[in-house]
Design a binder for this molecule. Sequence first.
Ligand code: NAP
Length: 306
Amino acid sequence: MDIQYEVVIIGAGPAGMAAAVYASRAGLKTAMLEKSAPGGKLVKTNEISNYPGFVTSGGPDLAFKMFEHSTAFGAEYLYGDVTRIHDHGNLKEIALADGSSVFTKAVIVATGRDERLLNIPGEQRYTGAGVSYCAVCDGAFFKNQEVAVIGGGNSALEEAMYLTQFASKVHIVIRRDVFRADEIVQKQLEENEKIHVIKKHVPVEILGENGKVCAIVLKNVETQEDTTLAVNAVFPYIGQDPGTSFVDHLDILDEQRYILTDERMATKVPGIYAAGDVIHKTLRQVVTATSDGAIAAQSVFHDLRG
Ligand code: NAP
């Protein structure tokens, strides 16, 4: 069980990449471990307009710049799907799905959150064939077609507006009669003629034809009546859940499974830190994620090097 790194950062979203900059620049032997492409939610976001220094930036552009920066001072980028963190005191073992392990003195968990599923018939079957959780990745496939976005938060509204570049019409389906998104985003939505809002409805089934989405069945939450809306794509944006299953056993989660940290981003397990959307906090933004990452890396540095 040779120690390979001083710190391993799990997750290469904004929090993880900021942590990598600070840890490697401080001289710690650092690795970032990621199970897919770097960038986290940034690569799935069309436009960022609240990250200081960039009035507007494409999400993937900002992600690419952060990634270049995160590896500029020697941090290694590793591929791996983490299944468990084993705490052996001063040594942490990060077990991966392929059966191998990575050994390190400290861990920063920055795994963010995973998209919540609708859990309705047809969702799984048509994922990749009209059901998509990433408007930026898949929106262009639906040029001049009608699509549905489910949810009324910032993500749903922003991505619905992005989709109007391609789609002939974007139906937004919300279960209440009010949005959850910020007022400024709602205002932009009102000005967009391609948007059609369907209130007080929930999706109950996604229908397909020739292996692709052709419609969505919606239930009126007041009358319980079902209607079928013809669409070629469904984009669920109904929130996210933290990616924390691999630390279940460490007793560091709140009741919603977010990681509890102190102001140093340290958990109650010595040597295990967390940063970004995955932690228990009030404001989940790119700017707060990068801040958490910087603090976590600095705390690791102080704890390891005194
Ligand atoms: P969110 O704010 O939690 O909104 C989720 C939306 O989905 C709500 O409208 C919710 O309805 C609806 N919903 C939840 N479960 C549903 C279900 N089973 N069926 C139908 N509808 C359902 O999630 P988010 O938009 O992903 O945003 C997450 C966080 O990131 C928020 O804090 C948000 O402010 C932040 N964010 C910020 C920006 C930005 O600042 N520009 C951009 C994106 C995200 P109810 O309202 O009825 O509960």
